[in-house]
Design a protein around this ligand. Structure first.
Ligand code: F6P
Length: 560
């Protein structure tokens, strides 16, 4: 990898800095004076209609941002990633999540570090389909001969957030009478509640962990195994002997991992394990075998459609010029807001209840990727990186935090995501409820962009101090992403869009978006503190004063 180009030393950065000085956004004026703005700034990317026109940019700013992408080597880095170069420098790995969704037989074949990537990806996909078909048809049976009704995915981070987000989004596609649940937190409440009403005879656990070393996942997997054994034994379904227990695990546990040796050590037959590779980052893994719970519940067809959606956006990124490359443009807009206009967070507001876990998913994707202070050569970053991503579905958010977006003092760029056709077309007797929902999406983006002037408030008869309180400044930037319906393909497109937005920002900032060293220290310390929780005096004495005091509080209040 070549040394990162310091974006702040490029001519485009200087250009943007001078455009920022005295920058006075005027969406009302820009729309009034420029009838071509919407058309020029709207893009159709596969099934996604993306309207960037309500962003705080002029053509000049956008052109300078595109030059920034050129001068920081965004196109070269895309090429390097897609070709399998080891752009994850700190882990010396290729970054090939895009290979997970290449169609079978793609030409030329992708061979990286001696591995025929296409062949291996499709061999696993075919194995997942075959296994899913057995579960879905009832051919795969539990230890007492009953078919599976619930799959419980045990994983955390990228081994949880993607599957749960997509399952929630595409639940209307679940067509085989198998539901999914997701256990992630090491808080025992999670597994206790998720298994409370389950029948062990019809439950299949998927232990999903890239490394198969993650404390939370292995702890939950052990709890799940104990639950299975004890509940089956209580029902008289199995005996208390080793052979019965092994047999129960063989019928009720499968695994997904890059570390099949560790899967075997846990006691899961590797014939019932699905692999992937170190070049798939955890937060980029939902389209690998980590998506097994989705293939089972939604069906192989839906999962392949999802992958095709991802791939169509990969193709766009690879072939579109930077000036018309939607993920690149959206990444550059984020750079503009973060580095030049002072934004610190970014809201993602789906007008689709099915996307209620989308913001949580994006938090890992964007913040674990770009929350970095050093560049890929180890030198400090030269500018702010990584916004805080957050959000909730509309209209719930409207009645909670939109006030601050509309009238607060902070700049919060927001992405609105909506679908023309609902999964559940309901009518309340007077009107189409989804139409009313969409009216809210349109109203919010309009209000944020154009606001309401004091004169307009006064014209409605308001006087005095209330005028200021009821005035909306406008010029609050939004991107609208509209699609015909929330199908598997559309969801794949949406996720790939954000993956590539994240990558674009990472390249401009010169950071490696594919490692996550920042999560390590807390993991190490938790293991050091655990003995102190259990009363080990030496471990307690080794803690700082605040941690010691909190441990004392714990000891004083612990029941049982
Ligand atoms: O939080 C750190 C992390 O490594 C994530 O990047 C990853 O998605 C998660 O832990 C789970 O890791 P694994 O799949 O190896 O259990």
């Amino acid at each position: 990898m070549s040394a990162p180009i310091d974006a702040t030393t490029t001519p485009a950065w200087d250009e943007l800095a001078s455009l920022r000085d005295g920058f006075s956004p005027d969406l009302r004026g820009w729309f009034a004076d420029d009838p071509g703005r919407v058309e020029r700034l709207s893009f159709d990317l596969a099934d996604l209609h993306v309207d960037l026109s309500k962003n705080l940019v002029t053509d000049e700013v956008l052109a300078a941002l595109v030059r920034l992408a050129e001068q920081t080597g965004v196109a070269d880095h895309y090429a390097a990633m897609l070709a399998g170069e080891h752009i994850n420098t700190t882990e010396d790995r290729a970054v090939l999540h895009t290979a997970l969704r290449r169609p079978a037989g793609a030409s030329p074949a992708l061979v990286v570090d001696g591995q025929d990537v296409d062949h291996d990806v499709h061999a696993v996909l075919d194995a997942m389909d075959a296994f899913a078909d057995r579960v879905r048809s009832g051919e795969w049976k539990g230890v007492t001969g009953k078919r599976v009704r619930t799959v419980v995915n045990i994983g955390i981070g990228g081994s949880d957030l993607g599957p749960v987000m997509i399952y929630e989004a595409l639940k209307p596609y679940a067509d085989a009478g198998v539901e999914a649940r997701f256990v992630s937190n090491i808080d025992p409440t999670d597994i206790a509640q998720k298994t409370a009403d389950l029948d062990p005879e019809t439950t299949l656990f998927i232990v999903a962990s890239k490394t198969f070393t993650t404390l939370e996942t292995l702890t939950n997997a052990r709890l799940a195994r104990d639950w299975l054994w004890s509940r089956l034994a209580e029902n008289g379904a199995i005996g208390d002997d080793e052979a019965s227990r092994t047999d129960a695990v063989a019928h009720h546990f499968v695994a997904v991992s890059t570390a099949l040796d560790k899967v075997a050590a846990f006691g899961i037959d590797t014939d019932n394990a699905f692999g992937f590779w170190d070049w798939v980052g955890g937060r980029y893994s939902v389209d690998s075998a980590i998506g097994l719970s989705l293939v089972i519940t939604l069906g192989p067809r839906a999962f392949r459609d999802l992958l095709a959606g991802f791939h169509s956006v990969d193709d766009h990124v690879r072939t579109a010029p930077l000036s018309h490359n939607v993920p690149v443009l959206m990444g550059l807009l984020n750079v503009w807001y973060t580095n030049f206009l002072g934004a610190q967070s970014h809201a993602v507001l789906p007008y689709a209840q099915q996307l209620h876990r989308f913001a949580a998913y994006l938090q890992q994707l964007t913040m674990e990727s770009n929350g970095k202070s050093v560049r890929w050569d180890g030198s400090p970053v030269t500018t702010d990186t990584g916004e805080v991503f957050w959000g909730e579905p509309g209209t719930n958010g409207q009645h909670a935090f939109y006030q601050l977006i509309h009238q607060g003092t902070r700049l919060i760029p927001a992405d609105f995501i909506a679908f023309v056709n609902p999964a559940y077309p309901l009518d309340d007797g007077s009107r189409d409820v989804h139409g009313l929902f969409l009216a809210n999406f349109l109203a919010q983006t309009k209000a944020l962009a154009f606001g309401k002037t004091a004169a307009e408030v006064e014209a409605e008869g308001t006087t005095g101090a209330l005028v200021a309180a009821r005035t909306f400044a406008g010029n609050r930037p939004t991107t609208s992403i509209f699609a015909p319906a929330l199908t598997p393909a559309v969801l794949g497109q949406l996720v790939a869009l954000y993956e590539h937005i994240t990558f674009t920002q990472g390249v401009v900032w010169g950071i490696n978006s594919f490692d996550q060293w920042g999560v390590e220290l807390g993991k190490q310390l938790a293991l050091q503190i655990a003995p102190a929780i259990e009363g080990d005096a030496d471990a307690l004495a080794a803690q700082d004063a605040s941690t010691r005091a909190l441990l004392d509080y714990y000891a004083a209040h612990r029941e049982g």
